[in-house]
Write a protein that binds this ligand. Structure first.
Ligand SMILES: Cc1cc2nc3c(=O)[nH]c(=O)nc-3n(C[C@H](O)[C@H](O)[C@H](O)COP(=O)(O)O)c2cc1C
Length: 333
């Protein structure tokens, strides 16, 4: 059975990728994931704010000529619980020896000089860069076009400093995601990762506080990413990575059928540990055997909108059918 996969022009032994998150934060866990068969790993993001904070601190240290006033810098992120720039490059170097491609992740929302860090990541051995553009346009007068242009500009600045492939990790919140994908493709994106999950900010009426947080995903959340992958497969020249809601091998298979080149998971690995990667891969092989498929290439995109007659199920026809079915199922008797 052949699980060989190409993603961002990289050769992977299979399509299962550990996405950016705490599971890929240490070399031990990266090596563990490599041992149990993962196809590639994406390191947790290095944030624009971290790069700026470290640059500020270095400048202040140089001016003061001392090396002991870390307290003088206000950190937004806890240096002990996340991976900081210098340590990050060390992690890339060590992870590059794990035997699986290592994708470094940069997370920001502006086109500042921090984007040059992509070059340092490449020089440390990153096989590719994943760019998580986490932009929250809070100014209600920013137009959709201006917000979208920012994605293109950030991608362009990163592409200008690296020769390794660059993937863009997107949230689904665009007026026309398809056109955004096409624009990023034209601007040189080598891959699109669908989707990033936004933090779940909420208000607690009991404590009268705002809470920000992340919950692990559930398979029900995968449908949006899956349907967009089905729509984009064959319509953009970039690789497509699925991210959100993988818990079982069936979830992996469904994403491949939609047209994903690779299928990423964070929540399931955090829930069950690195060995879950082997469970997913064994399950995928068993499913392929049952269905008579010999390679992932045979499966990939079978249900992509451009290739499959039932594509209308992803559009309004499917919507109307679903409404009818749901009404029959849930309507009070
Ligand atoms: C605790 C936690 C930390 C994460 N950190 C990052 C990160 O640093 N960069 C990033 O691009 N995505 C990050 N993610 C998002 C994941 O990479 C992934 O896109 C998202 O969780 C959806 O996939 P899943 O359903 O497999 O969890 C994080 C997710 C979790 C749960």
């Amino acid at each position: 059975m052949n699980l060989d996969t190409s993603y961002l022009g990289l050769k992977l032994r299979n399509p299962l990728v550990a996405s950016a998150g705490p599971m890929t934060q240490t070399i031990d866990r990266i090596e563990w994931l490599a041992d149990v068969g993962i196809g590639a790993v994406v390191l947790p993001s290095l944030f624009e704010e971290q790069i700026r904070a470290e640059a500020d601190r270095d400048e202040r240290l140089a001016e003061a000529g001392i090396d002991s006033f870390a307290e003088a810098t206000t950190y937004i992120l806890d240096p002990d619980s996340s991976v900081w720039p210098r340590r990050y490059l060390g992690l890339i170097e060590r992870a590059a020896g794990s035997g699986v491609p290592v994708i470094a992740s940069l997370n920001g929302s502006t086109t500042g000089g921090w984007t040059d860090y992509a070059r340092a990541m490449q020089d440390s051995g990153a096989a590719a860069i994943e760019l998580n553009i986490y932009y929250l346009p809070g100014d209600i007068l920013i137009s959709g076009r201006d917000a979208e242009q920012r994605y293109v500009d950030i991608l362009t600045t990163v592409k200008a400093v690296v020769s390794v492939p660059v993937a863009v990790k997107l949230a689904p919140y665009f007026s026309s995601l398809g056109e955004m994908a096409v624009r990023l493709d034209r601007a040189g994106a080598d891959g699109l990762v669908l989707f990033n999950r936004f933090m779940q900010t909420d208000i607690n009426p009991d404590t009268l506080t705002i809470s920000t947080g992340f919950k692990l995903s559930s398979p029900a959340e995968a449908t949006l990413a899956r349907s967009w992958i089905a729509r984009l497969r064959g319509r953009v020249g970039t690789s497509l990575a699925a991210s959100t809601g993988v818990e079982t091998a069936d979830d992996v298979a469904a994403y491949l059928l939609a047209g994903a080149d690779v299928v990423m998971t964070t929540s399931s690995l955090l829930r069950h540990g690195p060995t879950h990667a082997a469970v997913l891969l064994d399950g995928l092989k068993a499913w392929m055997e049952r269905k008579g498929f010999g390679s992932t290439d045979e499966i990939r995109g079978m249900f992509a909108a451009a290739a499959n007659a039932r594509q209308s199920d992803f559009g309004r026809v499917g919507y109307l059918r679903a409404i009818e079915r749901a009404t029959r199922t849930y309507a009070p008797q």
